[in-house]
Design a protein. Structure first.
Length: 95
């Protein structure tokens, strides 16, 4: 869990540097990625908080719900990340 937090902090730090030169469209995409990343972390923290009870009581439906939500968030993060990459490439090709 700590490693995940370190990765998020590193991502935010690197994102802040890029935001200094980003276009308005890129800033919006960065914001969406940050919101989704935070939502993903919150979802994971909530699941892990109840993890012992979920396993001990064999609450498979909660695990399935978490996996579905995590997969949806991951897909959205990937979609926005690809969009940001394309925006950056377009911007660089215009220079």
């Amino acid at each position: 869990m700590q490693e995940g937090l370190k990765d998020v902090l590193k991502l935010k730090s690197e994102s802040n540097r890029l935001k200094l030169i980003a276009t308005d469209q890129m800033l919006e995409t960065f914001e969406q990625i940050e919101i989704l990343t935070q939502e993903s972390m919150d979802c994971t923290n909530e699941y892990m908080k109840d993890f012992t009870d979920i396993i001990m009581n064999q609450q498979d439906e909660k695990t399935e719900a978490f996996q579905t939500k995590a997969a949806e968030l991951a897909g959205e993060i990937q979609k926005h990340s690809k969009s940001l990459l394309n925006q950056m490439r377009r911007e660089l090709s215009e220079i």
